[in-house]
Design a protein. Structure first.
Length: 334
C-alpha cells in the first residue's frame, strides 16, 4: 500500500477518541505484514496503543503520533493536490508518513538505524494512551513525535490547563427570583471576571490564551437555576502556579474551581539547518518523557485540523517521509 493509499485507508476508519479499536487492529495487521513485531499496549477495555519494532532489535529512534481524531467522522476524498477527511492531517497522514520513513530507514541504512513505531490513543482528549505508554518505554534514544507543523521543527509548544467551574444556587419560581439564587448569574459573573483578567505573554512564544468551551446549566426558562457549569482551557506559556492562584482569587466564592488536566509548556531541541516554528497547541510529548529526547514535526497545517475541510497536501506527505529520515539520521550521527 503506497503512502497516499495508506493515508486514505486510515482516514476511512472512524477513530474518534474512545473508539480507536478498529484503526488499531488495522495497524497491527499492516505492520505485522511488513515484518515488524507489532504488539498492543492495553489502555482500557477495547482501547490499546500499537507498538511495532524490528524483531530482536532495540530501537534508536521511535516515530510516534496518535490514532484518535476529534468528531465528527468525515470519510476521505482527494483531488490532484490534497487528501481530505477527518484525521488527514491530524494525524493519519502522519501515521502513513512515519511508517514509510521507518521502512525507508530499514531498507537504505543497512541496520545503522533501528526505527520503531508507537501509535497511541486519546491524544485529543486526555493523553491516556501516552501516559500508559510512558510506563513501557524501551529505552530508545530519540522520539520523533508527529503533529501538523507544515514540516517544520517545533522549538516550543504551549501547554494546556483545563479548568472546570461549578456554580451552585437555590431553585425558585422565576416570578419570585428573590426567593432563589441563580447559579447561572454567579457563573456568568465568574466568567466575566476571568475574561477581564490579564494573562501573561512572551515575545518568543506569544500570549497565554483562554477559551470558554462549554457552558451548561438550568432547568427551564421559568425556573431560577440551582446549578451551572463551564469548561475552560488556557494555553500555557510557562509554569502554571501563579495563573492557578489568580484564577482562584478571581472566581472567589462565585463558583468551585477544579483544575482538571494540565500538560506543561515545553521547549524542544532544534535540528541544524532545518526550518523551525513555535506552536500554540499541546502534544503528547510531555507524557512520553521516557521515550527519548523529543523532536516535533509533521506534514499538514494545524489551521485546517479539526475543521470540516481538514486536508493535507500530497506534496507535504512525500516531503515528510524524506524529512523524517533526514532528522533520524542527523540525530543518530550527532
Amino acid at each position: 500500500m503506497d503512502l497516499l493509499s495508506l493515508t486514505r485507508r486510515l482516514v476511512d476508519i472512524e477513530s474518534i477518541s474512545g473508539n480507536e479499536r478498529a484503526v488499531g487492529e488495522f495497524l497491527l495487521a499492516h505492520l505485522s505484514s511488513l515484518g515488524y513485531a507489532a504488539t498492543r499496549m492495553e489502555v482500557s477495555p477495547e482501547r490499546f496503543n500499537v507498538y511495532a519494532v524490528v524483531p530482536g532489535r532495540k530501537p534508536d529512534v521511535v516515530f510516534s503520533t496518535h490514532m484518535d481524531t476529534v468528531p465528527p467522522f468525515i470519510p476521505s476524498s482527494e483531488d490532484s493536490d490534497h487528501i481530505y477527511g477527518r484525521g488527514s492531517c491530524d494525524a493519519k497522514g502522519i501515521i502513513a508518513a512515519q511508517i514509510a520513513a521507518s521502512e525507508r530507514l530499514r531498507k537504505e541504512d543497512d541496520g545503522a538505524i533501528t526505527p520503531a513505531l508507537l501509535f497511541v490513543v486519546g491524544e485529543e482528549r486526555d493523553s491516556q494512551g501516552a501516559t500508559l505508554a510512558n510506563e513501557h518505554a524501551p529505552g530508545s534514544r530519540f522520539l520523533i513525535n508527529g503533529e501538523p507543523t507544515e514540516n517544520r521543527i517545533v522549538i516550543a509548544s504551549k501547554g494546556t490547563l483545563r479548568v472546570e467551574l461549578v456554580a451552585r444556587g437555590r431553585m425558585a419560581h422565576s416570578a419570585y427570583p428573590e426567593l432563589g439564587e441563580s447559579a447561572i448569574d454567579k457563573l456568568l459573573d465568574a466568567l466575566h471576571r476571568l475574561r477581564l483578567m490579564e494573562l501573561p505573554t512572551s515575545s518568543e512564544v506569544g500570549p497565554c490564551t483562554l477559551n470558554i468551551g462549554v457552558i451548561e446549566g438550568g432547568e427551564a426558562p421559568n425556573v431560577v437555576p440551582a446549578y451551572a457549569r463551564a469548561q475552560l482551557l488556557y494555553r500555557l506559556i510557562g509554569p502554571s502556579e501563579e495563573l492557578k492562584r489568580r484564577i482562584g482569587e478571581t472566581v472567589g466564592n462565585r463558583a468551585e474551581v477544579t483544575f482538571v488536566l494540565e500538560i506543561p509548556f515545553v521547549r524542544l531541541r532544534t535540528v541544524n539547518n532545518m526550518p523551525s516554528m513555535v506552536v500554540a497547541f499541546t502534544t503528547d510529548i510531555p507524557r512520553l518523557s521516557n521515550w527519548g529526547e523529543p523532536v516535533l514535526l509533521g506534514p499538514g497545517s494545524i489551521h485546517v485540523a479539526h475543521t470540516e475541510r481538514e486536508r493535507v497536501e500530497k506534496r507535504q506527505l512525500h516531503e515528510a517521509v524524506a524529512l523524517y529520515c533526514a532528522v533520524a539520521r542527523k540525530l543518530i550521527s550527532a
